[in-house]
Design a protein around this ligand. Structure first.
Ligand code: AMP
Ligand code: MG
Length: 335
């Protein structure tokens, strides 16, 4: 018997085997440019159910459907001209669009949590693309971590968090963006930013005109009803390590771990420290964020103190994740 999970470098043979496992209803973790995804055959109800079970994810929180290209996306969702413009302009890339679901979409209703909308994305990562081409059908894939926890940006994170619950991990190294995709809901007028990410508000507005988001930039609009199934990405506690997270730290306690950004010599002490980007590069910080939180999330410390991150560029998305990581854990946690 083969030990689970099989952890393989993403050779053509390994990708072909992963596609075979997906066809057999198994779960396969694979790298994307954002974070590692926990993939299942989107058309297979049992496989999709096991994604929710493996993550401990509530079934009202829908999954993103990953497709190889715009053509495959149009088999799943109803595109209008503006959605097509976004697809041409931003795919393949770290951008997800929520659209009306096609009646004949080759996707289990569970993927959409029973909603009449569906979230689709064309990932740019070579291994994700290779897997989608080999499988040749939509893959439902949330982040490959237990619900509510810190997202995985290395195969080790996936193995630690989901272990035997996945049949295979395609080990494609570290994720380059390091934060989940930007999500834009196009079923409202104007379209609404549900989750900030590397693709920023200005980039979207340059293609289709005004969208709804707070004036301060890319932060997602607040949820009217925090348990509303069409806005689960907006629930307060998410991306949370086991340790408490303290934001905008300008000092550090002797038992705290410091997560620094930019020059940090003036902050003395702390039990340990890692720096997201000593040069203050926000993209480097985003790529390092989850891996460093994973490393600092150690019961040897009492909390993770995080230095201020500027509210510009991908800094909006970093701060969005950090605020949720610091939020008190509620009864209902998204994933
Ligand atoms: P994850 O799979 O962990 O990257 O999370 C996927 C995100 O996409 C969650 O915040 C979901 O709530 C969101 N999402 C997926 N499908 C929809 C949809 N039909 N409407 C709104 N949000 C969605
Ligand atoms: Mg997630």
């Amino acid at each position: 018997m083969i030990a689970r999970p099989e952890i393989l470098p993403p050779s053509a043979a390994a990708i072909a085997r992963a596609a075979e496992l997906l066809r057999a209803g198994e779960l396969v973790a694979f790298p994307t440019e954002t974070v590692y995804g926990l993939g299942a055959d989107a058309a297979n109800q049992d496989a999709v159910e096991s994604v929710f079970a493996a993550k401990g994810r509530p079934q009202f929180n829908p999954l993103i459907v990953h497709v190889a290209d715009l053509e495959m996306a149009e088999q799943v969702a109803v595109f209008d001209d503006r959605a097509r413009t976004l697809g041409h302009g931003l795919w393949a890339g770290p951008f997800t669009v929520v659209l009306p679901r096609r009646d004949d979409a080759p996707v289990s209703p569970l993927v959409s949590a029973g909603l009449d909308t569906v979230a689709v994305r064309v990932p740019g990562h070579q291994v994700a693309q290779g897997l989608l081409r080999a499988f040749d059908r939509p893959i439902a894939a949330p982040s490959a971590n237990r619900s509510g926890g810190v997202s995985p940006t290395t195969p080790i994170h996936v193995a630690k968090d989901l272990g035997e619950r996945v049949a295979m991990i395609l080990a494609g190294g570290r994720c380059q963006v390091g934060l989940e995709s930007t999500i834009l809901d196009m079923t409202t007028d104007p379209p609404r930013l549900l989750r900030p990410g590397r693709v920023g508000r200005r980039e979207i507005e340059g293609l289709i005109g005004p969208i709804a988001a707070p004036e301060d930039g890319d932060a997602a609009a607040p949820a009217a009803d925090p348990t509303a199934p069409n806005a689960p990405g907006q629930l307060a506690s998410h991306y949370a390590p086991r340790l408490p997270v303290r934001l905008n730290a300008v000092t550090v306690g002797p038992t705290e771990a410091l997560l620094a950004f930019g020059p940090d010599r003036y902050i003395r002490g702390g039990a340990t420290r890692l720096n997201l980007s000593p040069e203050g590069d926000l993209h480097e910080a985003a790529a390092n964020l989850y891996a460093m939180i994973h490393r600092l999330d150690d019961p040897a410390y009492t909390a993770i103190a995080v230095m201020p991150i500027p509210e510009r560029s991908i800094g909006f998305a970093i701060n969005d994740r950090l605020r949720r990581a610091a939020a008190p854990r509620g009864a209902v946690r998204p994933s």
